[in-house]
Design a protein around this ligand. Structure first.
Ligand SMILES: Cc1cc2nc3c(=O)[nH]c(=O)nc-3n(C[C@H](O)[C@H](O)[C@H](O)COP(=O)(O)OP(=O)(O)OC[C@H]3O[C@@H](n4cnc5c(N)ncnc54)[C@H](O)[C@@H]3O)c2cc1C
Ligand SMILES: *[C@@H]1O[C@H](CO)[C@@H](O)[C@H](O)[C@H]1NC(C)=O
Ligand SMILES: *[C@@H]1O[C@H](CO)[C@@H](O)[C@H](O)[C@H]1NC(C)=O
Ligand SMILES: *[C@@H]1O[C@H](CO)[C@@H](O)[C@H](O)[C@H]1NC(C)=O
Ligand SMILES: *[C@@H]1O[C@H](CO)[C@@H](O)[C@H](O)[C@H]1NC(C)=O
Ligand SMILES: *[C@@H]1O[C@H](CO)[C@@H](O)[C@H](O)[C@H]1NC(C)=O
Ligand SMILES: *[C@@H]1O[C@H](CO)[C@@H](O)[C@H](O)[C@H]1NC(C)=O
Ligand SMILES: *[C@@H]1O[C@H](CO)[C@@H](O)[C@H](O)[C@H]1NC(C)=O
Ligand SMILES: *[C@@H]1O[C@H](CO)[C@@H](O)[C@H](O)[C@H]1NC(C)=O
Ligand SMILES: *[C@@H]1O[C@H](CO)[C@@H](O)[C@H](O)[C@H]1NC(C)=O
Length: 509
């Protein structure tokens, strides 16, 4: 079972075997005894010095083994960098002090939660200061909410709630971080009933750009509360999320794999699911993708399906269950147990995402799949090539919570069924970066262009599936972007989160 799962999961690898060794040059300077960071901007040098003075035991400098361990705490090897120093605060007050130091010193900085956003600079910085949340893991379980610290993964959250038979609305795999996923929106297995992760946040503790702490909730700073629902890292640093929880003592799961002859039926079942799901009352969702092994020529469509309650085989996936497949296994289990098998380990590979949205149509998706396959064949000699075509399904019902809860979110989704199609492409070596990246980028824009011509394209882009060259804000309603800019002007007039913290998906001007 374990062994076959490894083969099945495209961008997931069970925490059994070792993953690819990380680039050896990054270990080269571990033994260096230098404490004066080389090549650090003067602002960062000033900030690192002040941080060391106040918190010597919470600051890591180049040359220590702990520093090196932090520089590879990333899923995407491309994200590895060498900050001037790394600050690991334990409390929100320490985060405030750090932000004050950053602004005093005019120091550029990056913020990291779970380290899964996969592109250089989104969560790391060359020569600047990295503020990482590894030391902030406290949580508090209340009757129907949980207070979560930004160092936690979703597995930590599901584990904390497991004894109570409850679950939060969060990531579908084990090691994704809470803060990044929640701030960009958050696709869980249960969006069709409970909305996105952001729709389930009842309160944020926020450190603003001038080092002030505020609580953003429905009555305290409600404008900031709204902007944080999808607005990413543009407004402040969140030091606590209070998330709604739901009774969920059992989930029913299915893992199904098909081969190339199942691709069309797999895509049709995907489209039928997302279109048909608008009226359901059963929370359910999936990870759906096709991985292509260019060495063996094997094409592997795969479903990880989850629904709340007990149903074996899970009723919501009956259209997939009806397709002849090479592997099918159903279970009734818990959110914690399920997530425990779905690790996406650090340093898995170099990897780029690319994505657009469309109205579901199996014939068009099938022809997109064929175009993808021939594009991949042209770069099949790239070492370690790990190509997958991913289908995230956003049924109309997923927009309903935001439309009816009196708060909304920055996306303003209209509530039509959408497929967020994505290419997740892994490879081994930096020398192939430009070749893989430009091939996938051109392919993606070509397919989106065809969908524009046939009327199926939609401009919504999810930050969690997008490549670094995409602009998700361009796909949000213009009035929402305008409102976010006004809120940013109110809360961050100094530009701490645009000028000094510039990596990630930024709102722009
Ligand atoms: C293997 C894999 C599986 C995924 N599965 C899902 C999924 O099921 N559902 C989904 O919606 N998305 C998914 N994603 C996308 C994922 O949500 C994003 O990559 C997200 O950014 C991860 O959060 P993180 O905390 O690990 O990220 P990080 O890389 O640590 O941070 C992401 C961004 O948020 C900023 N940030 C982090 N913490 C804070 C904070 N406390 N305050 C302010 N800004 C902060 C960082 O500076 C960075 O810009 C997946 C990604 C991968 C690689
Ligand atoms: C290690 O030091 C060498 C020589 O100073 C430099 O070329 C190399 O880039 C450094 N590596 C890292 C990971 O900093
Ligand atoms: C370095 O890492 C070790 C092991 O994780 C830990 O015990 C120690 O406290 C760390 N030191 C610093 C300065 O963070
Ligand atoms: C939490 O649940 C317990 C047990 O059901 C109940 O006694 C208590 O009043 C609840 N607290 C709140 C704040 O709802
Ligand atoms: C919002 O936070 C404030 C400050 O902590 C608190 O007094 C208020 O009750 C909260 N409002 C809601 C709706 O939770
Ligand atoms: C299964 O497919 C049919 C169309 O063939 C569709 O009407 C139905 O909604 C689908 N059911 C599910 C649960 O996806
Ligand atoms: C593909 O899978 C189907 C269903 O399991 C099976 O009948 C068929 O032989 C498989 N084809 C190949 C080429 O393996
Ligand atoms: C099925 O669920 C049970 C209960 O959580 C768990 O013990 C078991 O490991 C699961 N089986 C598989 C194959 O995941
Ligand atoms: C492709 O299959 C071969 C042989 O089974 C295997 O060694 C390799 O790891 C696979 N590649 C990918 C990207 O899964
Ligand atoms: C910090 O910024 C907020 C939002 O702009 C503002 O309300 C507050 O007065 C500022 N605090 C200080 C001490 O400048």
């Amino acid at each position: 079972m374990m062994k076959s799962l490894i083969a099945l999961l495209p961008f997931v690898s069970l925490a059994l075997g070792s993953t690819r060794p990380f680039l050896s040059h990054r270990q080269a300077n571990v033994s260096s005894t230098s404490v004066n960071p080389v090549g650090v901007e003067s602002g960062a040098r000033c900030a690192c010095k002040k941080l060391v003075t106040s918190y010597s035991d919470l600051v890591l400098l180049p040359g220590s083994a702990n520093y090196t361990a932090q520089t590879i705490y990333y899923w995407d090897v491309r994200s590895d960098m060498d900050p001037g120093c790394i600050f690991l605060p334990k409390t929100a007050d320490q985060v405030c002090n750090a932000v004050e130091i950053f602004t005093t010193c005019d120091a550029q900085f990056a913020v990291r939660g779970g380290g899964h956003m996969n592109y250089p600079g989104s969560n790391n910085i060359e020569g600047g200061v990295l503020l990482a949340f590894n030391n902030m893991n406290d949580y508090k379980v209340h009757n129907d909410t949980i207070d979560v610290s930004p160092g936690m993964t979703w597995y930590d959250v599901y584990s904390a709630l497991d004894p109570y038979g409850r679950a939060a609305i969060g990531g579908r795999l084990k090691t994704i971080g809470v803060p990044g996923l929640t701030l960009i929106g958050g696709v869980s297995y249960f969006i069709n009933k409970y909305g996105f992760a952001m729709d389930n946040v009842v309160s944020y503790d926020v450190v603003l750009g001038n080092g002030t702490q505020v609580i953003a909730n429905a009555t305290s700073h409600p404008d900031l509360f709204w902007a944080l629902k999808g607005g990413a890292n543009n407004f402040g640093i969140v030091t606590k999320f209070t998330l709604k929880t739901y009774s969920m003592p059992h989930i029913s799961t299915t893992i199904q794999e098909f081969n190339e002859s199942g691709v069309y039926d797999f895509l049709k079942a995907t489209c039928d699911w997302v279109v048909g799901d608008s009226e359901t009352t059963i929370a359910a969702g999936s990870v759906l993708d096709i991985s292509y092994n260019v060495t063996t020529g094997e094409m592997s469509p795969m479903l990880l399906g989850v629904q709340e309650g007990i149903s074996n085989p899970p009723s919501m996936f009956k259209n997939f269950t009806a397709i002849p497949g090479t592997y099918k296994i159903n279970n009734v289990t818990t959110a914690k147990q399920w997530a425990s098998n779905l690790d996406s380990p650090k340093q898995m590979f170099r990897v780029m995402f690319a994505h657009h949205s469309m109205y579901p149509d199996p014939d068009v998706l099938y022809s997109m799949y064929q175009t993808w396959k021939s594009a991949i064949d042209q770069i099949a000699d790239v070492e370690g090539l790990y190509p997958t075509m991913v289908f995230n399904i956003a049924p109309a019902s997923a927009a309903k919570v935001a439309q009816t809860n009196g708060v909304g979110n920055v996306w303003g989704l209209a509530g039509e069924p959408l497929i967020w199609w994505q290419f997740s492409t892994g490879w081994s070596n930096a020398k192939d970066d430009l070749r893989v990246e430009s091939t996938i980028r051109q392919l993606t824009e070509h397919l989106h262009g065809l969908n524009k011509a046939n009327g199926l394209a939609r401009e919504f882009v999810y930050m969690g599936d997008a490549g670094e060259w995409q602009d998700p804000f361009a796909g949000f309603p213009g009035e929402n972007v305008q409102r976010m800019r006004e809120i940013r002007a109110d809360y961050d007039p100094r530009g701490t989160f645009s000028r000094l913290n510039w990596g990630g998906f930024k709102l722009g001007f």
